[in-house]
Design a protein around this ligand. Structure first.
Ligand code: ADP
Length: 485
């Protein structure tokens, strides 16, 4: 509020400042123009009066009805030239003798005589000032000077009035326009004040609130729109943050739930075994085997959790190198052979070409082991798993198909979620050491995307499921095709 008020004051001050400059310049200009015009008019009038006097004098001189001296004619002419605002006076040039004058002001006499003729000049006498036109007059060898004076009293009075009008009018105009400006600035800033007041009420609990946009096209409407867009983004980010922390919370809950089960088995098994004083070596061996299996399972879960946590934090350092996908697939098949034999599941691998690509060998191995592991685990006894890899124009495509019971429709969308297991009891009871925590497919998906690839459930029904993984083939790998290892 304080700041807005000061913007208001600043605007008003600026406005009044500019106006003061304009008004003072205008008043000064007007005043000096008037002074100039008055002075010019005064001089013109003096010249006119001088001409009139000379005409009158010439008429006197020409009047032959009476014999008259030049000085007498001058006196006659002066008598005729009495005009209200003007003073006429004639002096002899050599001895400054006054011949005639329409004024008997002695101060003027002294002042006249100091002025040279011809000239226009100013004379100040006490409380009055005059404009004087001094002109030489001649009659034969005798020389005289004619002075025509015009009292500047009216002009001075007028200028004084003009000055006092300006001195009152300019500050008054500035005061009024300052008030007007302050009012206008306040009025145009009012929506901003309103907006800031509303914006101040927006917090995390009502991020959905928006500022009203009165006119989309004006600056304030634009500001409100931009502000609303900012709120929109903020709200989105906030929601994401809330979702993320909700996810984090769920992740923690699920993780501890998954860890609790094997821990409970280890504890129960050891308690039961230790409860009896004496046990046979075979009994100890048996329960240690259970403890071993469960700790293997725990290790796997913890490793998976660790991988996902680092993947989420963006801290996972993948080890990318030139690798051969076909070799990795063969290795993976070899690695799960024991498990497959144990479950009486046959493994069939179909690859007929080399598949060089850039990737992280460890991670890709993990991806396919997870898929193969599932294909064996969720298969029926005596079933089959087939792995096929082919090259299309853009991708390497690997499919892992099994002859298991399939995944129901509503579960198909969820299996890639973390901790999701279709039938929790089933997987845990069957082989506890290999039964995962529902993280296998989530990790596989992350690894695929790390390689710009995609993983999907291609099909699934009661006779089996097919998972597909595709990696894009980059141009460089195309030209590398003939490489021999
Ligand atoms: P898990 O550790 O339980 O195997 P996964 O993320 O690998 O976790 O798989 C999630 C769930 O998807 C499994 O619990 C299982 O119910 C289902 N699933 C995965 N692969 C298959 C498959 N080949 N056939 C049937 N169900 C499968």
């Amino acid at each position: 509020m304080k700041m807005l008020n000061s913007v208001r004051a600043k605007l008003t001050a600026l406005y009044v400042g500019i106006l003061a400059f304009v008004l003072i310049a205008f008043a000064a200009l007007t005043y000096f123009l008037v002074v100039r015009v008055l002075a010019d008019t005064a001089d013109e009038n003096l010249a006119e009066m001088t001409r009139n006097f000379k005409t009158a004098l010439a008429a006197e001189r020409a009047d032959k009805t009476e014999e008259s001296s030049f000085e007498n004619d001058v006196r006659e002419a002066i008598d005729e030239s009495r005009f209200h605002d003007y003073v006429f006076a004639v002096y002899a040039a050599d001895d400054n003798r006054r011949i005639a004058s329409t004024s008997d002001n002695a101060d003027l006499d002294a002042a006249f005589l100091k002025t040279a003729a011809p000239s226009y000049s100013l004379i100040n006498t006490g409380n009055n000032s005059f404009r004087v036109h001094a002109v030489p007059l001649e009659s034969g060898a005798d020389k005289y000077r004619l002075f025509v004076l015009y009292s500047l009293k009216d002009q001075t009075d007028f200028l004084e009035r003009l000055r006092s009008i300006f001195f009152v009018a300019v500050p008054l105009a500035l005061l009024l326009s300052g008030l007007g400006g302050y009012f206008l600035a306040g009025k145009s800033l009012a929506p901003v004040v309103d907006m800031s007041r509303r914006a101040a009420t927006i917090s995390a609990t009502n991020l959905h609130a928006r500022l009203p946009v009165k006119n989309e096209k004006d600056e304030l409407g634009n500001l409100a729109r931009i502000f609303n867009a900012l709120l929109e983004r903020l709200e989105g980010a906030f929601e994401q943050l809330e979702n993320a922390s909700e996810q984090q919370r769920r992740f923690m809950a699920d993780a501890s739930h998954e860890l609790r089960t094997p821990l409970a088995i280890v504890r129960g098994e050891s308690e039961v075994t230790l409860a009896k004083e004496n046990r046979t070596a075979a009994e100890y061996r048996e329960s240690l085997a259970v403890v071993h299996d469960e700790s293997k399972r725990l290790t796997r879960i913890v490793e998976d959790l660790f991988t996902l946590a680092r993947a989420d934090a963006g801290q996972f350092r993948a080890n990318f190198a030139e690798i051969y996908l076909d070799e990795i697939l063969s290795d993976c098949v070899r690695a799960v052979r024991v498990l497959a034999e144990k479950r009486n599941v046959s493994l069939n691998l179909f690859i007929n070409q080399e598949m060089p690509m850039r990737g992280d060998e460890q991670l890709l191995r993990r991806l396919f082991i997870n898929l193969l592991d599932n294909a064996i685990k969720y298969n029926r006894a005596g079933g089959a798993v087939s792995i096929a890899a082919e090259k299309t124009s853009e991708n390497y495509r690997v499919t892992v198909g099994d002859t298991g019971a399939g995944i129901s429709k509503d579960e198909q969308t969820k299996i890639f979620e973390r901790f999701y297991r279709a039938d929790k009891a089933r997987s845990r009871n069957e082989t506890s050491a290999t039964g995962g925590a529902g993280l296998g497919l989530a990790i596989a998906q992350w690894i695929a995307s790390l390689h710009d690839g995609k993983i999907e459930l291609v099909s699934s029904n009661e006779t089996g499921s097919v998972f597909g993984v595709a990696f894009p083939i980059r141009k460089a790998e195309n030209s590398n095709r003939t490489r021999i290892v």
